[in-house]
Design a protein around this ligand. Structure first.
Ligand code: FES
Length: 166
């Protein structure tokens, strides 16, 4: 996992030359450069861990679009984080198929073994747990997205094994 650069929430942020280069490259892929907003936000989130208002402002400047437009997108998509979270995101599917196949057991296990429920981060900042909607692989439930990878069917034991290797 890449190093996370912390960004104070209320102070202006200057994006690095490297980041500005990535934004320019992404903008160049689209006929309307503003269409690059989603991939640009992913780049910024990967770099900073989450999206503060100051970062949204810096993105709006770099994308030459209103801050309100950037904020709208950030607040609409749950895949964008506006609060500091753990280094590893553990997203457990809570939709019906996975619930029937043991998702509740996984969530209970996270609470009992790691002390965290949905929306919470371990005290050491290592893990944040999310209860999410269908991950699109219902027949392999219970499913979880851990970091950028998908796993299922999971048991508390296989979940532990995966988390130990991360
Ligand atoms: S219900 Fe969990 S992956 Fe679809």
């Amino acid at each position: 996992m890449s190093e996370i650069v912390s960004a104070p929430a209320d102070q202006p942020v200057t994006l690095s030359e490297k980041t500005l280069g990535s934004i320019a490259e992404l903008r160049g892929r689209y006929e309307d450069p503003r269409a690059a907003l989603l991939p640009v936000l992913h780049v910024i989130q990967a770099e900073h861990g989450h999206l503060t208002l100051a970062l949204e402002r810096a993105v709006a400047d770099a994308m030459e679009m209103p801050l309100t437009k950037v904020h709208e997108v950030v607040s609409f998509y749950t895949l964008f984080r506006t609060e500091a979270e753990g280094k590893l995101q553990v997203c457990i599917c809570q939709t019906m198929s996975c619930m029937l196949r043991g998702a509740r057991e996984l969530l209970t296990h996270m609470r009992v073994k790691y002390g965290v429920g949905p929306g919470e981060t371990t005290a050491d900042g290592r893990l944040t747990v999310h209860a999410v909607e269908c991950l699109g692989n219902c027949e392999a439930g219970p499913m979880a997205q851990i970091g950028d990878d998908y796993f299922g069917p999971l048991t508390p034991e296989t979940l532990d094994e995966i988390l130990e290797k991360r």
